[in-house]
Design a binder for this molecule. Structure first.
Ligand code: HEM
Length: 252
């Protein structure tokens, strides 16, 4: 099994899961998304308690529409950048292959359901991406397509009205709003559970900050990849032990 994670060169009990390039993509997406959520919901619910701290800044509401469009543009650009990364780099292509869902993911899902309901004593073991991570990533792709598409149609509303009709704007606004709710709740409930509130992870999975996982995290979360890395290490050590003997034999 080829591995996307590697040993940290300095410390043997740390593993490198995310490259700097991947982490920068993640954080650009996070910043753009947070600005979109605040500036988007501030239009719909300007009186709500969590929007009020922003709207209390004089000038926020004047800038809100511009902020939403700038962050929307960044959100679209980082999406395209990510697509190029997936297709044009070797590691990106390997990542894309690792994300493709397969029959094993269905088996893992049913095994996890059986485990959670007490019908099985064994939790499924994962390789580089678990079925939950794959589902989350696919949901992100789906959400981004809907938000970018409807966002652009709202942005260039005169083109939209000339192509379709005036009422299409109302329909597109409803789709944009409900997908915004879905995306925001998915991040709040689903993603934040996996990276913060999961009792096995709490207080924070820091791999998107430093790119690294500990031995314990690697064993518990990605056992199959951890096992493959241990096998690779064993093979390298065996090879290194054999080589000095071979070279000594050659000298003699
Ligand atoms: C992905 C996260 C996004 C969230 C959470 C979000 C949220 C929202 C919300 C809640 C509204 C108000 C809807 C209403 O009035 O009923 C809105 C409006 C709008 N959104 Fe987004 N949006 C997102 C992405 C985008 C993107 C990528 C674009 C542009 C390409 C965009 C462009 C717009 C435009 C043009 C409006 C109409 C009014 C305005 O804000 O001035 N949005 N958005």
């Amino acid at each position: 099994m080829s591995t996307l994670t590697s040993f940290d060169a300095d410390k043997k009990n740390l593993y490198i899961r995310w490259s700097l390039h991947e982490r920068v993509q993640h954080w650009v997406l996070v910043v753009a998304f947070i600005i979109l959520v605040i500036s988007g919901f501030a239009l719909k619910y300007p009186e709500s308690w969590w929007v009020r701290p922003f709207t209390s800044f004089s000038g926020f509401m004047d800038l809100r529409g511009l902020l939403h469009r700038v962050a929307g543009g960044a959100f679209i650009l980082i999406g395209f950048y990510h697509i190029f990364y997936l297709f044009l780099t070797r590691r990106g292509r390997a990542m894309a292959r690792a994300f493709v869902p397969g029959v094993q993911d269905l088996r893992d899902l049913s095994q996890n359901v059986a485990y959670n309901f007490g019908f099985s004593k064994h939790q499924p073991k994962f390789a580089h991406f678990s079925y939950m991570e794959k589902a989350e990533y696919l949901a992100l792709i789906w959400g981004a397509i809907i938000m970018n598409g409807t966002g652009l149609l709202l942005w260039f509303d005169s083109v939209t009205i000339s192509l379709f009709s005036r009422w299409s704007i109302n329909l597109i606004t409803v789709v944009h709003l409900y997908e915004a709710w879905l995306a925001s709740l998915a991040i709040l409930v689903w993603h934040l559970y996996y990276v913060i509130f999961n009792p096995d992870i709490y207080p924070l999975n820091t791999s998107m900050i430093n790119g690294k996982l500990t031995e314990k995290e690697m064993r518990e979360e990605y056992f199959l990849e951890w096992q493959a890395l241990q096998n690779q290490l064993k093979q390298q050590q065996e090879l290194a032990q054999e080589q000095p003997e071979t070279s000594r034999g050659e000298v003699e």
